[in-house]
Design a binder for this molecule. Sequence first.
Ligand SMILES: [Zn+2]
Length: 376
Amino acid sequence: MLKWFGTACAAGLALVLSGCAGSSATPERAEPVKAGTAARRDQLLAKGTLTGVEALELAEMQLADRSFIAAEATYWSALTRGLDARGAWRARMGLGKCDESRLQWASAAIHYAEAANAAVPPVDRDAARAAQALAEFRGGNVDRARKTRAAIVVTSAKGVSELDRLLGGTAKVAPIPEAPAGVRTGTLAVRPKGTGRQTPPKIVTRSEWRATPTIIRRTEPMGQPTRLTLHHTADVKPVGTSFADVAERMRAYQNGHNGAGHFWADIGYHFVVDKQGRIWEGRPMAYQGAHAGSDAANAQNIGIALIGNFEKEKPTAAQMKATTDLVVWLASEYRIGAARVYGHEDLKKMYRLKGTKCPGDNFDPYLKRLRDAVGR
Ligand SMILES: [Zn+2]
């Protein structure tokens, strides 16, 4: 549950729910920062109008904090307010890193090329070229990456040795595919590009349960999902069985996470499965979830919550059928192996996070069945 409700694991709402959801305590975006840094950032944020140099300083703090969307906007404002050559180099390098967070390699390569043009010392110029070539390589443009590498003179510049390892190594390193540039809200189309090998199960969309829009300034991009985590909701107040009942609860979960006084972007989970076997679309898949308990645990991690408390009860047959369909589809879509299908408890151990049992001891055999169904 969430920090402001003072309990353990859930998407829980103060009065309505409790159990495991959202995340153990950490509000998204609030990775710990050094005290001096946080104070300085708050000072800059409070200042209103910043000079180019101040905006650059703020952008770099946001980047270090993995607040990529905020960082990107601040870098742009730094550039429009005027920076010297080194400042412009730093800003363009930062913009490239923001692109990389979304797997937008082509755009990243352009920003790094601009950084190389802005740079004065050859070591800065060639660090930018190395970053450019790495982005080209990761985007699948190996020939272009080799050409960019050929222009590098200062081989001690940052990134050059990694680049040489990738370009010269005999091991085949698969380029990472480009993520879609556009993000639309309100439909299931909002998700990273998958394989499309399998048709999705029927999913109740956000517009069908009348979700409010995602608060985009609070989000981080999901990037390519690489793992998947199961939760239970452990609601305090039982959830009704009708479509309207569950839709109402979905809105309550969402409001518990992003409503007044709370500061998440949206409902924390990407999907919720009810006891009748309906699958509900939660946070759009384009955005990182807030369900596992820390930024590191949430990264590239699809969050799926089952309504119920599996410390006290078991999932229903209809619920497990729908969950299996969903998990098998997502695993196929994003090439997620059985070993990357987790229960929240597994991640808590991995990242040393606290919280109540989730998804509950009774779920253990079902988790194993889900892994078997994924089968890789
Ligand atoms: Zn959980």
